[in-house]
Ligand binder design. Structure first.
Ligand code: MN
Length: 255
């Protein structure tokens, strides 16, 4: 009989290390950043697909102390990048779909072929949601909604603070991963809603105006399990100029 390749002591050590790795991974499931395909082109996967990762409109540390630098780096460069890559991979064999905007894909997600439906829903939603999300925040954000949106919020919810109360509650009570939104319905009404995973309000015919990502990857490094702290601090960085202008143009588009 051949000698054992590893001693019992080594085997136990290896087993313990493996267990420890699994334990960490299952404790922070969302920290398992999806692997992006290598950028060297060797993978042969949709590396230059029709969808591209937008540049972050500010530096990684711009939203400190509300959103920490490392979270911004991982969130944009890894998570959002992976949504884009997986979306490109999903539509690689569907040239008609590859020509559409991500909003069009989400608007008509029910008509996406079954084999790629889930991939387009998850990764297309991830791409659409995050592309908006970066713009909805700003270093010079905070304060209150502007002009027409301010009036519409008062009319729909009674006051800005009533809006804030409902938006906070909605974001707090999303079970698991998802988003809370201020949306504009096709009837031009303001609505606070939540979506699961990477579903977009666009899928229901609504236009997202403001959204908060409440996936743990958006806040866990800084706030750990305290989602409420993350939501409270988010109000300091809302880019109301962007959101208010988006309301104005979308509202007029629907006239
Ligand atoms: Mn996210």
């Amino acid at each position: 009989m051949k000698a054992h390749w590893i001693t019992r002591r080594q085997a136990i050590k290896t087993a313990l290390l493996t267990t420890a790795t699994v334990a960490v991974a299952s404790q922070f499931p969302e920290m398992n950043v999806p692997q992006a395909a290598p950028a060297d082109g060797k993978s042969g996967e949709a590396r230059t697909g029709p969808f591209t990762l937008p540049t972050l409109p500010y530096a990684y540390d711009a939203l400190e102390p509300h959103v920490d630098t490392q979270t911004m780096q991982i969130h944009h460069d890894k998570h959002h990048a992976a949504y884009v890559q997986h979306l490109n991979k999903a539509v690689a064999d569907y040239p008609d779909l590859a020509k559409k905007s991500v909003e069009d894909l989400m608007r008509n997600v029910d008509s996406i072929p079954e084999t790629i439906h889930t991939a387009v829903r998850n990764h297309g939603g991830g791409h659409a949601n995050h592309s908006l999300f970066w713009q909805m925040m700003s270093k010079s954000g905070g304060g209150q909604p502007k002009s027409e949106l301010a009036m519409a919020i008062d009319k729909a919810f009674g006051s800005y603070s009533k809006f804030q109360e409902t938006f906070t509650k909605t974001a707090t009570t999303v079970f698991g991963s998802g988003w809370a939104w201020l949306s504009l319905t096709s009837k031009k009404e303001l609505l606070i809603e939540s979506t699961s995973n990477q579903d977009s309000p666009i899928m229901k015919g609504n236009t997202p105006l403001l959204g908060i990502d409440v996936w743990e990857h958006a806040y866990y490094l800084k706030h750990q399990n305290r989602r409420a702290d993350y939501i409270a601090t988010f109000y300091n960085i809302i880019n109301w100029d962007f959101v208010s202008e988006r309301y104005r143009t979308q509202h007029h588009r629907l006239v």
